[in-house]
Design a protein around this ligand. Structure first.
Ligand SMILES: Cc1cc2nc3c(=O)[nH]c(=O)nc-3n(C[C@H](O)[C@H](O)[C@H](O)COP(=O)(O)O)c2cc1C
Length: 201
């Protein structure tokens, strides 16, 4: 079984999402014998913005790297994504990664019946951190966005491990982090079979 671990926080060792994502990966590593873990730190090793040259595959080295990023995602049974809220949404480094994995004909396609996700069967766990309180609020363009993107790719199983309100006070931060650790889901015994998932348009 393969697990892909993505980090995107710019706060280094002080990062909550890095801490939570690492705890999720540790849980999977304990539970699954021989788990193969691949890791990318998008803060230390960012992908460039998707631009016209990228789409045209004008630079062979760039195109090769983009294909490697896509294949790494396709190969993973479990994807753990560290996703802080930045300006109500996600870090642009994480958006650049999503721009490489959302590829027509590879992870989704349009049909006469609407879009169809082609990357189903994976489990995605998002380690989410927010300074304020946004759950269920119209200010949340981070978690609903990630849920929508992964659903569009056919992934039904998206779990959120959330620490929010961490900037409100030191006590909020401590309590939110403890609650987030306690909410880390148990490891499902087997991933779902990989099937294309039809989606409403
Ligand atoms: C550049 C930047 C933008 C941020 N924007 C928001 C925001 O819009 N709303 C919010 O509640 N918190 C915001 N925060 C606070 C972070 O969401 C919070 O610090 C969270 O813990 C970040 O995750 P991390 O600790 O893994 O980096 C922002 C932090 C940074 C550094």
């Amino acid at each position: 079984m393969k697990l892909l671990h993505i980090d995107s926080s710019a706060l280094g060792a002080a990062s909550i999402t890095r801490e939570l994502g690492a705890a999720v990966v540790a849980r999977w590593s304990e539970a699954v014998d021989g788990l193969q873990v691949e890791y990318r730190d998008l803060d230390r090793d960012p992908l460039p913005h998707l631009d016209g040259a990228s789409l045209a595959k004008a630079d062979p080295a760039r195109a090769e790297e983009d294909e490697r990023v896509l294949q790494q995602f396709l190969d993973a049974d479990v994807v753990v994504v560290g996703a802080p809220m930045y300006n109500f949404a996600i870090p642009s480094t994480l958006k650049a990664w999503i721009d490489r994995i959302a590829v027509a004909g590879r992870t989704f396609r349009y049909t006469a019946d609407g879009p169809q996700g082609l990357a189903g069967g994976k489990t995605v766990i998002v380690a989410s951190g927010r300074g304020g309180l946004h759950a269920g609020a119209p200010t949340d363009f981070q978690e609903p966005y990630l849920q929508a993107v992964f659903a569009f790719l056919g992934i039904k199983q998206v779990q959120f491990v959330r620490a929010e309100g961490v900037a409100l006070s030191p006590q909020h931060r401590t309590e939110a982090l403890a609650a987030a650790h306690a909410s880390i889901p148990a490891v499902a015994p087997r991933p779902q079979a990989r099937v294309a998932e039809p989606l409403a348009a």
